[in-house]
Design a protein around this ligand. Structure first.
Ligand SMILES: C[S@@+](CC[C@H](N)C(=O)[O-])C[C@H]1O[C@@H](n2cnc3c(N)ncnc32)[C@H](O)[C@@H]1O
Length: 250
């Protein structure tokens, strides 16, 4: 069984990953972005813009979770383990501004009032988004973020059931009580290729997703999205909710 530490993370190619997944925006990602925008918008209707600390865990080569949190945040931290992805994210958040590939996602986001009020998303990303190399498993359980996302990480980093559960727990334990969150899993994934390299996955279905997240959540909704984007999975699961008061063992 492939554990997280066994996978070739140092060989992860972010440009190939973006080509495979985001360069041509898929209907399902645009749907996810809309659902996430509305969830955050509803949860944060009374929150002042630019006041929260946000985190995207295992950000990889995907900027749309960070863009989704942008209006409400004073700071957004992108935590990522694979060095090539850290470098990709540093470029996206650097002075040149993020790639045009991410504009299609911003277009959907900016159909909501909070995002529409952000006049210059590229410069805002450069001002408030920071990147840090970190291992999800090393998050120490200190609750410090007010809003958070984790997209295709706990399910797409290991074949090991304990590591899936631990990944979910480490993420949820980093969120303050009341923090809105969005978590996405590939449904029933058997692993994935990026270029010549293979990466492990744990097969998650709707019940497993609910079981893992419910202990930490209030008002959990799981969207079971049928869209299949490549061989080797059966759809996507998008979980939206708020962190409850429960303190879980690390
Ligand atoms: C399938 S990719 C998802 C990337 C991105 N979040 C997305 O939505 O496309 C899985 C990501 O998890 C990251 N990852 C793997 N193990 C990790 C760990 N122990 N801590 C943090 N991130 C990790 C990988 O480097 C990769 O970026």
């Amino acid at each position: 069984m492939d554990r997280n530490a066994d996978a070739p993370w140092s060989k992860f190619d972010p440009e190939v990953y973006v080509d495979n997944n985001y360069r041509t925006p898929l209907e399902v990602d645009l749907l996810i972005v809309r659902l996430m925008r509305d969830h955050f918008g509803q949860c944060l209707a009374d929150v002042a813009p630019g006041s929260l600390r946000g985190v995207d865990v295992g950000a990889g080569a995907n900027l749309y979770p960070a863009l989704s949190m942008l209006p409400w945040c004073a700071k957004v931290l992108l935590l990522e383990y694979a060095r090539p992805n850290v470098e990709y994210l540093e470029r996206q958040t650097g002075p040149e501004g993020y790639d045009t590939a991410w504009d299609a996602f911003w277009d959907v986001l900016s159909q909501g009032p909070a995002h529409r009020a952000v006049e210059h998303p590229r410069s805002r990303v450069g001002e408030i988004v920071r990147v840090e190399r970190a291992n999800l498993f090393d998050l120490d359980g200190r609750r410090r973020w007010d809003i958070g996302t984790m997209f295709f990480v706990a399910d797409s980093m290991s074949e090991c059931p304990e590591e899936f559960q631990r990944g979910v727990r480490c993420f949820m334990n980093a969120l303050n009580e009341g923090a809105p969150f969005a978590v996405a899993f590939m449904k029933e994934s058997v692993g994935y290729d990026v270029g010549e390299h293979h990466y492990p996955a744990y097969r998650v279905n709707r019940d497993l997703a609910a079981e893992s997240l419910e202990p930490f959540s209030g008002g959990l909704t799981i969207h079971d999205l049928d869209h299949v984007v490549r061989p080797g999975h059966e759809g996507m699961l998008l979980a939206l909710g708020r962190r409850n008061a429960e303190v879980a063992a690390p």
